[in-house]
Design a protein around this ligand. Structure first.
Ligand code: FE2
Length: 186
């Protein structure tokens, strides 16, 4: 994998999103930034992890504008949105970014198996991206609600990790600090 090439490709893609899909740009860019901050804290040097933070929600391009729809999603719409990790995964695998595809596929799985696809065996990197993605969503406004406060966002995002089985307490504490620092930049 030529990281310099991939980084440039990603930057160009993100710049294009900013022009044509500002909502998705925000989702993808901010999730990428938060995931990178967490990765840095834990010394993750895998370049495909960096890319995965940004590409995780790429599949949202393939599910219409549901996230911007006024009001709550119905059950059928929710099922469509839940396909986005699979769509992102398909694209990345085709591009030969196999590890990245793997992190992305699992980015809505939770330690207790209550995630999108009910998986319980997945890389830790995927949960860091999950945390970045969920927190970004919580602190962003939706048509049917204002952004969560920092406390509400932290509680919603970190609750699945508070059994300290998948992540240790020190890891959870470190992540919470990162989220707080990030929130203060908003
Ligand atoms: Fe996502």
């Amino acid at each position: 994998m030529d990281f310099e090439y991939e980084k440039k490709f990603l930057d160009d893609f993100v710049a294009m999103l900013k022009l044509y899909k500002p909502f998705l740009y925000q989702k993808i860019n901010e999730t990428g930034i938060i995931a990178s901050l967490i990765g840095k804290e834990f010394g993750i040097e895998e370049p495909e992890y960096y890319l995965a933070g940004y590409y995780a929600n790429l599949g949202l391009l393939g599910v219409g504008n549901y996230l911007q729809k006024p009001g709550h999603l119905n059950e059928q719409e929710k099922e469509v949105v839940k396909r986005h990790p699979v769509l992102s995964h398909e694209y990345l695998e085709k591009r030969g970014l196999v590890k990245c595809a793997d992190f992305v596929y699992y980015h809505h799985e939770l330690p207790d198996g209550s995630g999108y696809y009910k998986e319980t065996n997945f890389p830790k990197e995927a949960s860091f991206i999950n945390i970045a993605d969920v927190f970004q969503g919580c602190v962003s406004p939706r048509s049917y609600r204002p952004p969560f406060t920092f406390r509400e966002a932290l509680e919603t995002t970190m609750k699945p990790y508070k059994n300290y089985i998948f992540l240790q307490k020190e890891e959870v504490d470190a992540i919470e600090k990162i989220l707080k620092a990030y929130y203060e930049t908003l």
